[in-house]
Ligand binder design. Sequence first.
Ligand SMILES: Cc1ncc(COP(=O)(O)O)c(C=O)c1O
Length: 387
Amino acid sequence: MSQHETSPIRHLECGKCHAEHTANEPQNCCKECGGPLLARYPIECGRPTLAEVLARRPGQNRLHELAPSARGANAPTLGEGATPLIPAGRLAQELGLPNLLIKDEAQNPTASFKSRGMAAALARAAELGIQAVCLPSAGNAGGAAAAYGALHGIDVHVFVPESTPKPIIDETRALGAQVELVQGTIADAGAALAPIAAERGWFSLATLKEPYRLEGKKVMGYELLYDLGQLPDVIVYPTGGGTGLIGMWKAFDEMQALGWIGSERPRMVSVQGAGCAPMVQAFDKKLKSAPVWEDPAPTQAFGLRVPGALGDFLILEALYASEGTAVAVAEQDLLADTEVIAKRLGLQTSPEGGACLAATRTLRNKGWIQEQESVVLFNTGHGMKYL
Ligand SMILES: Cc1ncc(COP(=O)(O)O)c(C=O)c1O
């Protein structure tokens, strides 16, 4: 039996029309409707207990029964995952939120949460015999793809907006990927890449256009339970394409199916920049999908400048079902709060992390978050990559 046949995944299910697809060959979007594919596992068979999983070494492969790689616990790794939950100290006091924690995804191998998704996607791509991959990226995903492409011996082609910070472009090239700079946003980078990828036969790793990056990112949700013993009341997450938020939401459903938690869920908060806030606009209008944001403003929070997301309906579903919300943060506020985290806490976050603090502040001031609630704010990248 070849390696790929033994992936723990039972099948891939379209998030939109629910059509089923095999996980034993390379897959992008649903062949029926173009929707994103979600990995489904035979949870009723495997069923490790939470205690069994907690006894294993921390890290991304801890729950390998619910991960795409056929190599399970032996999937190659750069040490991604198991990022710390840092108490917000003086900041927590100032906000009147004693139970505020920051999950610091900057402590991943490529200094952002994008390591997690690419670890999963490229491990599976290697098993399926894929030799060249490509993606449009706001920057961090490209750097992560480059690292895991190098690990697995897969060629990586990245198209990024020309406004991408130079340290991230340098990182991506240093890790051996080909980088093309494109005028405009990640959507323009995607449009420039598509015909070239089709001509050269590169496999697309674009956000939610393949099923396994989400599987890597969902582990952030599992780690909250591993570390806290229960889920927090509120999760504040910066949203571009939305894979972090959708991934955690998927993890909670799996954890319930495993019998690890009940039906309770954290209230999910999607944070965007005011100059490109399609999810916030759609949430405010109670829409099921988000119209594309015309003319997104430049921002330091590059990862949030996503005018249209393939998984928009999944993000909105999670926000409604969890009685969460969506918050748009002005550029000066996200920059000011990035500085506040650095100077009050000693943590150099990405502007996307600063945006989450600004959103938390707003929600606390409005009384949407109560003093005694436990809140986890995500810092998704390292500030040094933006200097
Ligand atoms: C640091 C950072 N935070 C947040 C995001 C948004 O992530 P997603 O597109 O998965 O919503 C990105 C995406 O590029 C990012 O680089």
